[in-house]
Design a binder for this molecule. Structure first.
Ligand SMILES: Nc1nc2c(ncn2[C@@H]2O[C@H](COP(=O)(O)OP(=O)(O)O)[C@@H](O)[C@H]2O)c(=O)[nH]1
Ligand SMILES: [Mg+2]
Length: 243
């Protein structure tokens, strides 16, 4: 759980995660929240809490999460936002798809199934999501329903293979990571996840979203140019023979 000001929802999310009776350990990385996130996390059993010395960003937070998950021996690692926006009830399904050796990466998609708007996703976020997804599918050569979910499961093998440290410390980390999964030739599976939007579940404003959107487009473009051998990118190393 990459946490930032998640005091109001962390315990609820954690409770529901543990109710699934399949999770051995929870990793909470706090990115210098201004609320009680750390104090609450420290009282949770079976939980490793790590606090960044300073606010480093959402991508940096996830880098710490995956590093700690691997250090703690995780074979199946599931990232879920602690803002209670994504139901932990899908964890057994997502973990099974990895544990049964079907996939190395599974996303909980809010778009798949078609209920995102009914679930309260703001219309402008929905439109942006659909547009970015369309362009990314074309440039990345994939067929995903969305690239922007905060609910993702990975195998240890995959996490060890990706050069995550090269990625951004900001929100576009999420996008770069999925592009890397595809770059390394892994299939991405999706399960339909109910969408919930409420005040605590969303803090990203229009400006941050715009910056994120353009960074997503750049990621997809870099991927395509690297594939064509036109550029070298530390995110997408060792092209298939082009250089
Ligand atoms: N580490 C870190 N995480 C952040 C920061 N700002 C937002 N987040 C987290 O990023 C995630 C996505 O943000 P959120 O506001 O929920 O966006 P939305 O649900 O996509 O509308 C949430 O888990 C937030 O807690 C930050 O400055 N640092
Ligand atoms: Mg959210």
């Amino acid at each position: 759980m990459p946490a930032y000001n998640a005091a109001k929802t962390l315990r609820r999310t954690w409770n529901e995660v543990m109710d699934q009776e399949i999770v051995d350990r929870v990793i909470v990385v706090d990115d210098q929240s201004r609320d009680e996130t750390v104090a609450i996390a420290k009282n949770l059993p079976d939980t490793v809490v790590h606090r960044h010395e300073e606010n480093m960003g959402y991508g940096a937070n996830q880098k710490s999460c995956y590093r700690l998950a691997l250090e703690n021996g995780g074979d199946i690692v599931i990232m879920v936002h602690p803002d209670y926006q994504y139901t932990p009830k899908l964890i057994p399904a997502m973990a099974a798809m990895i544990g049964n050796d079907l996939y190395h990466c599974v996303l909980g998609s809010r778009i798949l199934g078609g209920y995102a708007l009914k679930g309260g996703m703001p219309a402008w976020k929905y439109m942006a999501n659909r547009f970015l997804t369309l362009v990314e599918n074309i440039l990345l050569g994939a067929k995903l329903s969305e690239y922007h979910t905060g609910y993702r499961a990975f195998s240890r093998t995959l996490l060890e293979a990706l050069p995550l440290e090269k990625n951004s410390d900001d929100f576009v980390f999420d996008n770069q990571m999925l592009a890397q999964v595809l770059w390394y030739g892994y299939a991405i599976a999706e399960v339909s996840c109910p969408t919930k939007y409420f005040p605590e579940a969303s803090s990203i404003n229009f400006h941050r979203s715009l910056v994120y959107g353009f960074a997503c487009l750049k990621t997809a473009l870099d991927f395509r140019l690297a594939k064509m051998g036109k550029i070298r990118s530390p995110l997408f190393p060792g092209n298939t023979g082009a250089f």
